[in-house]
Design a protein around this ligand. Structure first.
Ligand code: ATP
Ligand code: MG
Length: 553
C-alpha cells in the first residue's frame, strides 16, 4: 500500500479540528455494552477508535455502557477486556457509565430545574401512542404541565424507591412535533428495581442510553465519539443534552457497521446460537466472535489488517468473509511452521530402503530465513494420504498410481510398483521403490516429477485430532435471508478427524505455535487438547476453495 493513503472521512474531520485549534489532542472511546462477547464488527470499531488515537497521539477509553442492570454480567466485562488487549490495544482509562450515575442524576435535576424535563405518569403504551407518527405531530399530556417543584419531588421519590417499575418516567421537554421522532420528549430515566452488577441496589432508577452516552462522553472529554449509522437520529438529542447542560461539547460521528458474509453479527443472535446449542460456546471456532476467531487460530495482526483494508464506510455494505480469510492466510504464511500430517492414512512400504531410520531436514518456514529446520525420520514404512493414490488415474493425475512416480516432500522420488489388497478388494498397502540419488536438495537423478506428497513415518507418527470447519451458515446473508436465520445454518460445519497422524516434530513444538500442515491448511492447537492426543483447529484452508465451490452450485 502506498504511503500516501488517502484519509478516511473521520480522519479528515480530526485533521481539520486539530488544524483549526478546536482541539489540541483527541480522545476517543470504545463503548461496549457488557451483554455479550465481542465480534468482528466490534473489532472494526476497536481498531478505528484506538487506531485514530494512536495516529494522532491521543488517548482511548474503554467504557462499559452498563446502564441496563438486567442484561449485564461480569463474565462479559472480563471477556471484553481480554479481547481488546489481545487485539493489541491498551486503553488510557477503564470507565463504566455506572461510574456516572450520581453525576447523571444531578444533570437530570438540572434539566428539571431549567424546565427542560418532567415526570410523566403515563404507561409506556400511552407514551407511544401520544408520540404521533413520522407524518403527524405528537401530543403532550397533562403531566407535562407540572411545576418544577412537583417534578423535583416526584423525581426524588422515584429515586427513593416509592414507585413500582414502569409507573413513571422522566422525560425531556423538547418538541412533540419534531420530524425526528427521538426528539418528541424522549424518556431519560425509568424505574427498574433491579440489582446492578456494580452499583448493587443503590439505584432503582436508571438512565436511558440517550441520557447516559453523550454525557459520559462529555465527562470524559471525548472529542470524537464514533458510532454506527443507526445512531444518526440520536445525534440531535446528544447535542441537545450537551447544550442544555452546558457541558464539554463532545461530537458524534457515524460510520457504517461491518456486516460480513456467511455469518450473523448481532449479539442477540450470537447468544441464541450459544443458548440453543448450535455452537459449543461464545468461543466456538466457527463463531465470528473475537474469542472464537482467536481459538480458531486467527492472529490479531490479520484482524487488524482486515479492518484497515475494509476502511471506514458511510454506507452499509456486506464484506466478503473471503477477505478476512485472505488476511489470515497472508499473515500465517509468514509465521506458520510447516509440518506434515496425514489425515486419512494409506500405508506404503519402500522395498528398496534398508531397515532403520534416515533423518532428513525440512525447513520450518521457507518464507522466513531465520525459522530454522526440523528433523524428519524417513523409514521403510510410511503413510501417505489415501486420496493421493488412484489405481486407475485420470489424465493429469500427478500423484501416485501404479507405475507412476512422485516426490515425497523433503525426501526421495518413489515409484509405485505393486498394490496389495485384502480379501474384499480394499487396498491395504502399496509397495514402492525409491530412487536413491533423488534426495531433496541433492537430486542428481535427472528425473522430473510433477507431484509432491506429504507423508509421515508410520513408526514415528503421533496421533492427533484435527477439526475442520466450514461456514456456519449456508447463505450469504442469513440475517436478511428468507425465514429465520437459524434455517440457514450449515448442518455439518464441523468435521472431526480423531485419527490423523503427524510427524514427530509436532510433539515438541510450542503450544501456541501456528502451523501449516503441508497441503492441508493452517492449523492452531485447541484448548481441548489433552496430553495424550493434541487437538488442532483448521484456521483456514490454503486456498480459497470456497469461491470455486460456490461458483459451481
Ligand atoms: P450488537 O448489535 O452486535 O448487539 P451493539 O451495537 O449493541 O452490537 P455495543 O456493545 O453497543 O454492541 O457496541 C459497542 C461499539 O461497537 C459501539 O460503538 C457500536 O457502534 C460498535 N459496533 C457494534 N457492532 C458493530 C459492527 N458490526 N461494526 C462496527 N461497529 C460495531
Ligand atoms: Mg449497543
Amino acid at each position: 500500500m502506498s504511503e500516501e493513503k488517502s484519509l478516511n472521512f473521520i480522519e479528515e474531520i480530526i485533521e481539520r479540528d486539530l488544524a483549526e485549534g478546536k482541539h489540541t489532542s483527541i480522545t476517543t472511546r470504545f463503548p461496549p455494552e457488557p451483554n455479550g462477547y465481542l465480534h468482528i464488527g466490534h473489532a472494526k470499531s476497536i481498531c478505528l477508535n484506538f487506531g485514530l488515537a494512536i495516529k494522532y497521539g491521543g488517548e482511548t477509553n474503554l467504557r462499559f455502557d452498563d446502564t441496563n442492570p438486567v442484561t449485564e454480567e461480569t463474565e462479559y466485562v472480563e471477556s471484553i477486556r481480554n479481547d481488546v488487549k489481545w487485539l493489541g490495544f491498551q486503553w488510557a482509562r477503564e470507565r463504566y457509565a455506572s461510574d456516572y450515575f450520581d453525576t447523571l442524576y444531578t444533570y437530570a435535576e438540572q434539566l428539571i430545574q431549567q424546565g427542560d424535563a418532567y415526570v410523566d405518569d403515563s404507561s409506556p403504551e400511552e407514551i407511544a401512542e401520544q408520540k404521533g407518527t413520522p407524518t403527524q405531530a405528537g401530543q403532550r399530556n397533562r403531566f407535562a404541565d407540572r411545576s418544577v417543584e412537583e417534578n423535583l419531588q416526584l423525581f426524588r421519590d422515584m429515586r427513593d424507591g416509592k414507585y413500582p417499575d414502569g409507573s413513571r418516567v422522566l422525560r425531556a421537554r423538547i418538541d412533540m412535533a419534531s420530524p425526528n421522532m427521538i426528539l418528541r420528549d424522549p424518556v431519560l430515566y425509568r424505574i427498574k428495581h433491579a440489582h446492578h452488577h456494580r452499583t448493587g441496589d443503590k439505584w432503582c432508577i436508571y438512565p436511558m442510553y440517550d441520557f447516559a452516552h453523550g454525557q459520559s462522553d462529555s465527562i470524559e472529554h471525548i472529542t470524537h465519539s464514533i458510532c454506527t449509522l443507526e445512531f444518526i437520529p440520536h445525534r440531535d438529542l446528544y447535542n441537545w443534552c450537551i447544550e442544555k447542560l452546558g457541558i464539554f461539547p463532545s461530537r458524534q460521528y457515524e460510520f457504517a457497521r461491518l456486516n460480513m458474509t456467511y455469518t450473523v453479527m448481532s449479539k442477540r443472535k450470537l447468544l441464541q446460537l450459544v443458548q440453543e446449542g448450535f455452537v459449543t460456546g461464545w468461543d466456538d471456532p466457527r463463531m465470528p466472535t473475537i474469542s472464537g476467531m482467536r481459538r480458531r487460530g486467527y492472529t490479531p495482526e490479520s484482524i487488524r489488517n482486515f479492518c484497515e483494508r475494509i476502511g471506514v464506510a458511510r454506507r452499509e455494505n456486506l464484506i466478503d468473509v473471503g477477505l478476512l480469510e485472505f488476511c489470515v492466510r497472508e499473515h500465517l504464511n509468514q509465521v506458520a511452521l510447516r509440518r506434515m500430517v496425514v489425515f486419512h492414512p494409506l500405508r506404503i512400504v519402500i522395498t528398496t530402503m534398508q531397515e532403520g531410520i534416515e533423518w532428513l531436514e525440512g525447513e520450518n518456514n521457507p518464507e522466513d530465513a531465520n525459522s530454522g529446520t526440523r528433523s524428519i525420520p524417513f523409514t521403510r514404512e510410511l503413510l501417505i494420504e489415501q486420496e493421493d493414490f488412484m489405481e486407475v488415474p485420470p489424465k493429469k493425475f500427478f500423484r501416485l498410481a501404479p507405475g507412476q512416480m512422485v516426490r515425497l516432500k523433503h525426501a526421495y522420488i518413489i515409484r509405485c510398483d505393486e498394490v496389495i489388497k485384502d480379501d474384499q478388494g480394499n487396498i491395504t498397502e502399496l509397495r514402492c521403490s525409491h530412487i536413491p540419488n533423488s534426495k531433496s536438495g541433492e537430486d542428481t537423478s535427472g528425473i522430473n516429477v510433477k507431484g509432491t506428497l506429504h507423508w509421515v513415518s508410520q513408526t514415528h507418527a503421533i496421533p492427533i485430532e484435527v477439526r475442520l470447519y466450514d461456514r456456519l451458515f449456508r447463505t450469504e446473508d442469513p440475517a436478511n435471508a428468507e425465514g429465520n436465520f437459524l434455517d440457514h445454518i450449515h448442518p455439518d460445519s464441523q468435521q472431526i478427524l480423531s485419527n490423523a497422524l503427524a510427524e514427530p516434530a509436532l510433539a515438541n513444538d510450542p503450544a501456541d505455535a501456528r502451523f501449516q500442515f503441508i497441503r492441508m491448511g493452517y492449523f492452531y492447537g485447541d484448548c481441548d487438547t489433552k496430553t495424550d492426543k493434541p487437538v488442532f483447529n483448521r484456521t483456514v484452508t490454503l486456498k480459497d476453495t470456497w469461491a470455486k465451490e460456490a461458483a459451481k452450485k
